[in-house]
Design a protein around this ligand. Structure first.
Ligand code: UDP
Ligand code: MG
Length: 166
């Protein structure tokens, strides 16, 4: 069964110009990218994404980190990889959460570091299981931004206010 997983290139990955290297590593998986966009991460999105960690001592720093406040680069690259075993394949390539414990040839092992304030800057986020992938994908993407149908969606009509090219 094909499954999706959310991948984020975090602000440290972008600042260090690691996007190309990370995408090249991820291409080893032969998974398909079915959505991709740059996101300027709001406080609300950051807190919702990491809500399971809100009682941790590093939570406030983590929120600053994902919002890009530690890197003067307020954006992340959000993508959905899709295919057989996608979640495990991407987690494997990403490596352990702690970059010092991560396999040295994993993405986090190669590019991660621990900051002086103790946050693991590990360049990439990857969903850990199907339930988390679903929650995270629905948080970061709208159905129309994904080129395959992942979850049930409904069409609603409402008055839209959006920018168009002048
Ligand atoms: N994190 C941290 N210190 C910790 C645990 C986690 O700074 O002791 C950060 C790290 O950037 C990690 C993120 O919080 O990627 C989310 O933590 P989680 O436990 O979900 O790890 P992940 O799923 O990213 O491997
Ligand atoms: Mg996690």
């Amino acid at each position: 069964m094909k499954e999706p997983t959310l991948v984020l290139i975090k602000p440290d990955g972008l600042v260090k110009s690691l996007t190309g290297n990370i995408l090249t590593r991820l291409s080893e998986t032969k998974l398909e990218i079915v959505a991709a966009k740059m996101v300027s991460v709001s406080d609300e999105l950051a807190r919702e994404h990491y809500k399971h960690l809100k009682d941790k001592p590093f939570y406030d720093e983590l929120i600053k980190y994902i919002k890009g406040e530690l890197h003067a680069r307020r954006k992340v690259l959000a993508m959905i990889y899709y295919g057989e075993g996608a979640i495990e394949k991407v987690r494997q390539l990403a490596g352990a959460t702690n970059p010092e414990e991560a396999d040295s040839i994993s993405i986090r092992g190669q590019y991660g570091r621990i900051t002086t304030s103790g946050v693991y800057e590990n360049a990439i986020h990857a969903s850990t299981n199907l339930k988390e992938a679903k929650r995270e994908i629905k948080l970061w993407f709208k159905p129309d931004e994904i080129i395959v149908d992942l979850y049930p969606a409904k069409t609603i009509s409402h008055e839209v206010r959006e920018k168009e090219w002048a």
